[in-house]
Write a protein of this length. Sequence first.
Length: 35
Amino acid sequence: MGASGFAEHVTELRAASTHLVVVTACQTVRSGHRG
């Protein structure tokens, strides 16, 4: 795997983790409003 390929992989991982954090935060806010 080249350096560019590794950079792309890291970017994908960051995007996925960021998406997870956003989704989790939204769910937490929603459940907080419910309770």
